[in-house]
Ligand binder design. Sequence first.
Ligand code: ADP
Ligand code: ASP
Ligand code: MG
Length: 814
Amino acid sequence: MQVLKFGGTSVGSADNIKRVISIVQERLEKDTTIVVVSAMGGATDALLNSGLMAAAGNEQYKEALQHIEQRHLETVKLLIPVQHQSHVLSLVKKLCNDIEDICNGIFLLGEFSARTRDRMISYGELISSRIIAATFNNSGTAAAWKDARTLIQTNDNFGNATVNGPVTRRRIADYIASCKEALVVMPGFIAADANNETTTLGRGGSDYTAAIMAAATDAACLEIWTDVPGMMTADPRWVSGAKVISSISYQEAMELSHFGAKVLYPPTIQPVLRKAIPVVIKNTFAPGDAGTVIQQKAFSNGNSIRGISSISNIALFSLEGSGMVGVPGFSRRLFEALSAAQINVILITQGSSEHSICVGVEASAIHKAKAVVDTEFEHEIAIEKVQPLLVETALSIVALVGENMKSHPGISGKMFGALGRNGVNVRAIAQGSSERNISAVVATKDVRKAINILHEEFFETTRKEIHLFIAGTGNVGSILLQQLQQQQDWLAKHLRLNVRVTGLANSRKMIIDDNGIDFHNWQEKLQGGEDADIEAFVNIIIGKNFRNAIFVDMTASDTVAKVYDRLLQKSVSVVACNKVAASSSYDYYRKLKDLARTYNCLYLFETNVGAALPVIGTLNDLLRSGDKINRIEAVLSGTLNFVFNHYNGQVSFAEVVKQAQDEGYTEPDPRLDLSGTDVMRKILILARESGEQLEMEDITCNGFLPESCMQGDVNAFYEELKKHEPHFKKLYSNAAAANSKLKFVATFEQGKAVAGLEHIPPQHDLYHLYGKDNVVLFYTGRYPVQPLVIKGAGAGAEVTASGVFADIIRATAS
Ligand code: ADP
Ligand code: ASP
Ligand code: MG
């Protein structure tokens, strides 16, 4: 004996039914094969909607019924040769007439009772099973059609009836004993109560019908044929990297289906579990694939988690009050009240303080739940021992399922850590004592994100999807894009990261593409984008609510620097080569750092000082390990270093500055570098990172640029520089006379920061510094005399982009 069940999509069209026929024909054996079928995909809903329309007095139900009839008649015509069609066609027609009669009745009475509803929706399976049985008979395979209502007896709980096991088992045994056919086709989902009234086993109930048949006939195997390759690590509609679970235990399968894995109707496992009948989930559209085997003991997959599922439309209520502490009977009264009102409890948590009990129920039941519980505790509420029920809606449950969780510590830590880092707020947590399941209640708007985060966290073969939102596509920004493109494969292979640029903006245009902007033609795409608006860009980032989202600021803009706080508050990490934020008011700098900590994300700005040189990272490492900063001495302007290294009085100072600008070593306005402002910002950031609460105004800057150079635009500035050539020549010759070089040095010591031009003699650590290099000397408790030295190119688009790249990768690990 074997039982095969085919779901809605598998029998959803003539072509699909043909697949079903050949799958069954290949599997026929001497022993009887029972084929249980669903309604054609969507038919149950269509019937239900027609009934609802009729009940609402909407005459369009007639049209809807016509569609249902048409669909089935056409399917017959496509499956059965013309000369043999008439019998099946008239049968289908008759069943459709019955549906119409029922619907007309509903329309006249304006009432759609649970009983009528069951009768109405039973026709989906009644018709499909008739068509499929007839198709077998016309394809050379004799098949008997059996009405499930004559076998499966239930109580009269319409909508979700409970099976009367002993009667059902006896009837099935009798039937099988007398059955001569090698193949029986029967409708799933439907049954009848003791009065022969049609009932149903609940939505998705055909799986259950098949399991009842398998258990009652001691079948060797139950095969559930569906439209996915098996039971998967997560719902494949939501998680693109979901994988087939090849082996899973009954308990795990039950847990996953209870928590929303629709591929298997939850009650299905019970009957087969008792008889230890293996269940195989197979794909009708790839019959050769192995699918999922559900049995007593599953094979290890090397992972403590088997799958992730979710239930939406959940509401939570909390019963709270001092009157509950230590008083027995509160929970009994609560749950008895719920049970009497037939409210299904999905999740329960109770704090050890016993001060509150939190219960998750289906959202549709929450009003009723509140009413019955408030009534039950009316007295306690009146004397203020208990508060009226607190209710929260628009929630979902996400559940991790796996038998091996109990022997692996740290799973909930990993789970909640990952959710927290991505800004998913957890409203309630439950872990069954079986430790087979950890559930978290989250806002429904976060559920898809949460499942994807957890899937990435627990199924290591999947890649982590990183969503970058980049502002600024100038020199450094476009090189970053090049570097990202170039490293794509490497990141995927070695770090399991799928880094995509989901949003891109410059000062003119912006674009968003959920699937990632093509690296090859981003310029063109951006040009065709919307007009840029940084606030709108941020709104989109927040609205998209992507996991692993990182905002990358490649601009030098004040406006862009102002949006970081909004992003960090939504757990979007910020990586900036823009120094404005970190060097703006101390309050804003502090706020950003605190927000990053509170919302479990990162605010990284390593390139603010010395481009890709590991200056801030090293400083942080020193402090974290308990070192003390005595003094920082640094040449922090690649531009100024370039300028003073090249200027020797031969070529004019203005020309050397121009060369630095042309080679990309200056800020767009070179005065930011020459005036020392840029260096001040950098030493300010280092001072702040050292723990000093400093503002820009607290820094002493001994500038060398004549006042007049600061007026006008950049062109005017160059003109002024030319005029002041003798001033620069003098600066140079004075230094040369002292056998020294000119260096623009920044120092931080004892809470004070100073920047200015200095004469550096040959024996000084800062002397040998070439090109656009930067150098930072850290004199610390552990490096008191010989400083820790960081030296190398401190400006330039390539290195700056690579420093940002490194910060991005750091942020992905958060
Ligand atoms: P059928 O009509 O064959 O009974 P269902 O629609 O009831 O099919 O169930 C199959 C669907 O279940 C799949 O199309 C898939 O979208 C959904 N699903 C949800 N969670 C899972 C999961 N963990 N594994 C596989 N499918 C799942
Ligand atoms: N046709 C029913 C439903 O859609 C039962 C099933 O397909 O399993 O719920
Ligand atoms: Mg189903």
